[in-house]
Design a protein around this ligand. Structure first.
Ligand SMILES: [Zn+2]
Length: 225
């Protein structure tokens, strides 16, 4: 549809596909309403933050793509009948993340960023792509294998992770690094970036203390080979 430049304008994409965006006070984040000749609408929850609305629109565009794909094969605009609902929803989430945060754009954004500047740069990424921190951090993990976690700012426990934006196995790496005595001693620092070794793999370990909201943003990035 000829939309380029960041942040990706999902409103313009929908417009060019003749899909109307309607904001309503609804329970869920949104849904796709295909009315045949009467047109297609994406209903979005009006109370949501703009980043959430954009993700919802992108997700529903995924349902639209599935719908027209089925239509071209069966003549009926519908979601793939033989595929489980959860799988379709997951596919649409992946579609939305790929649309809002194109792989090449994410790689370009992080290309050549100095180690000491990486966390700050990461924290600016949601604004650059106009997505939520959660969507951004999951995508960054998927594309660049950067593991991001929020830590409780004041906890003296080893169990400091308040939320990790990574698959379970990668969360264990974060726990292991946090339990290293050298890292424990340094965790009171507001800003940190240094390399650590874990089971033969070198990682950049870095963090940044944020005041609002109060938390520590912690990252592990595999060192370039
Ligand atoms: Zn859906």
């Amino acid at each position: 549809v000829g939309v380029a430049g960041l942040p990706i304008d999902v409103q313009v994409i929908a417009g060019r596909l003749n899909i109307k965006i309607v904001e309503e006070s609804i329970d869920g984040p949104g849904y796709l309403l295909a009315l045949g000749r009467l047109g297609t609408e994406i209903i979005v929850r009006s109370d949501d933050a703009i980043e959430r609305k954009r993700f919802t629109i992108a997700h529903e565009l995924g349902h639209w793509v599935l719908g027209v794909t089925c239509e071209s094969r069966t003549g009926m605009f519908q979601q793939p009948a033989a595929v489980r609902r959860e799988k379709i929803e997951r596919w649409c989430d992946v579609f939305a993340a790929s649309l809002l945060m194109p792989r090449h754009a994410v790689m370009e954004y992080f290309c050549g960023v100095d180690d000491s500047f990486l966390v700050v740069h990461l924290l600016h990424a949601p604004t650059h792509f106009k997505v939520s921190e959660e969507a951004m951090f999951l995508r960054v993990n998927e594309i660049l294998a950067i593991r991001v976690a929020y830590l409780h700012p004041d906890s003296l426990l080893i169990e400091r992770i308040s939320h990790a934006f990574v698959p379970e196995a990668a969360a264990n790496d974060i726990k292991k690094v946090l339990s290293l005595p050298r890292i424990q001693e340094l965790l009171r620092l507001d800003v940190f970036a240094s390399y650590v070794e874990l089971a033969g793999t070198r990682f950049l370990c870095a963090w940044q203390r944020k005041v609002r909201p109060r938390r520590v943003v912690f990252i592990l990035r595999p060192a370039p080979a």
